[in-house]
Design a protein around this ligand. Structure first.
Ligand SMILES: CC(C)[C@H](C(=O)O)[C@@H](O)C(=O)O
Ligand code: SF4
Length: 475
């Protein structure tokens, strides 16, 4: 048999119907649901007098609207309505939900893996663009729109055109102080926000093999910001070790059997992708975005770019617009940019390893006077684990606010917002205009960089920061 990529293997195994040149009907193994994109879908079912076809393959949580202080005190009427509606819908249609009271509640892309719902070889969908996160386990996972949510609820399947395959190969091993977030930001800044259009990315190479599951999730999470339909990583022992013992993962002999079949999913030696792009680890440094899309990022040692750097008229306008919105001047050293807010959280970087990494940097130090800093665990489990390890105390001692789980400041759908005209170093995945609140200015960074920035009050190279006793004020 011809060697195949993991993408083709999973795709082929899930095609219910396939006709040359036409979309295929794809079977869905797991449907994750949250409060924002599901109300109309359930309403559609109700109006058509239909049931949820496979409630056992459907799992819901509340995350976008959840306040991270006083989480039961929801004053926003739309938020409250969406959450109440989700709870009622799940009850009526027999769908399991991790509601606010559940110890399993959290951001949908954090709890899926945590519970072991996310597994290699599955097709996973959710009415949410960052569903690509689950690809870290060797699954085809992608976001869908609300009408598709309804289709999946009703039929457990979805019409999809077969995507192209794109290999993003990261050669070499990552230097100290370089995180998974830097890897994906470097990829997007090098190849652009369109590189993945129409494709599913497989991330390969030595650097990827060396990542933990949490780090792999960070990389896959932002595949969508590279324009891809989804992003995934072939599973290996790291994947199996992470999954073993989790609630929804088979136990004992069944687990061994599952691992056997999961192993066969990995891309075969000699398999051909439609396209391959390569980046070497030596090119990757701690990254900071300066603009208003995730490709507008540079290394911490760089300066703010100039419209003159553009190679086209539209490129020039793009840079000009971003500079204006971000209130930045070309040539300014990135490390001299001051921030007023630091946000450590979101489905990109709110897992226990992210919090540990950030805590290790701030240990024994204080948040800069002009900075308001927030740590928002991705789930109630992450929160509990962090508290068990005393990380909450490290953050609080340094002057960080320690919050309940949720999407929080990643997007302005709950009380955590960045005020107009202010800057935030954020571990989230989108720096679009107004993303963290009207007129807010977002700079995407890793948790380590966010932590160091909170202390210094301006961007700083975490690699030198770690060893310095004191950090000089700049700018
Ligand atoms: C609210 C939701 C539909 C949205 C998404 O799909 O991504 C959100 O999660 C985001 O990150 O912008
Ligand atoms: S944390 Fe942010 S990116 Fe992730 S699902 Fe929530 S809003 Fe979307």
């Amino acid at each position: 048999m011809a060697p195949k990529t993991i993408i083709e293997k999973i795709w082929n195994a899930h095609e219910v119907t396939a006709e040359e040149g036409k979309p295929s009907l794809l079977y869905v193994d797991l449907h994750l649901v949250h409060e924002v994109t599901s109300p109309q879908a359930f309403e559609g079912l109700r109006l058509a007098g239909r049931k949820v076809r496979r409630p056992d393959l459907t799992f819901a949580t509340m995350d976008h609207n959840v306040p991270t202080v006083n989480r039961y005190d929801i004053t926003d009427m739309i938020a409250r309505k969406q959450m109440d509606t989700l709870a009622e819908n799940c009850k009526e249609f027999g769908v399991e939900i991790a509601d606010l009271k559940s110890p399993e509640n959290g951001i949908v892309h954090v709890i899926g893996p945590e519970l072991g719902l996310t597994q290699p070889g599955k097709t996973i969908v959710c009415g949410d663009s960052h569903t690509s996160t689950h690809g870290a386990f060797g699954a085809i996972a992608f976001g869908i729109g609300t009408s598709e949510v309804e289709h999946v609820l009703a039929t457990q399947s979805l019409w999809q055109s077969k995507p192209k395959t794109l290999e993003v190969r990261i050669t070499g091993t990552l230097g100290t102080g370089i995180s998974a977030k830097d890897v994906i930001l470097a990829i997007i800044s090098k190849f652009g926000v369109d590189v993945g259009t129409g494709s599913i990315i497989e991330f390969t190479g030595e650097a990827i093999r060396g990542l933990t599951m949490e780090e792999r999730m960070t990389v896959c999470n932002m595949s969508i910001e590279a324009g891809a339909k989804a992003g995934l990583i072939s599973p290996d022992q790291v994947t199996f070790d992470y999954l073993e013992g989790r609630s929804f993962v088979p136990k004992g002999e069944a687990f061994e059997e599952a691992v056997q079949s999961w192993r066969e999913l990995a891309t075969d030696e000699g398999a051909v992708y439609d396209r391959t792009v390569t980046i070497d680890s030596s090119e990757i440094e701690p990254m900071v975005t300066w603009g208003t899309n995730p490709s507008q990022g540079v290394r911490i040692s760089d300066t703010v770019p100039s419209p003159d750097d553009a190679t086209s008229d539209s490129g020039r306008r793009g840079i000009e617009q971003a500079l204006e919105y971000m209130d930045l001047t070309p040539g300014t050293p990135i490390s001299s940019i001051k921030v007023q807010h630091v946000f450590i959280g979101s489905c990109t970087n709110s897992r226990i390893t992210d919090l540990r990494a950030a805590a290790s940097i701030i240990q024994g130090r204080k948040v800069s006077d002009h900075v308001r800093a927030l740590v928002v665990p991705g789930s109630q489990r992450v929160k509990k684990q962090a508290e068990k390890e005393g990380l909450d105390q490290v953050f609080k001692d340094a002057g960080f606010e320690w919050r309940e789980s949720g999407c929080s400041m990643c997007l302005s759908m709950n009380p955590d917002v960045v005020p107009e005209g202010q800057r935030c170093a954020s571990t989230s995945n989108r720096n679009f205009e107004g993303r963290q609140g009207k007129g807010s200015r977002t700079h995407l960074v890793s948790p380590e960089m966010a932590a160091a920035t909170a202390i210094a009050g301006h961007f700083v190279d975490v690699r030198t920061f770690k060893t310095e006793a004191t950090v000089p004020e700049k700018g």
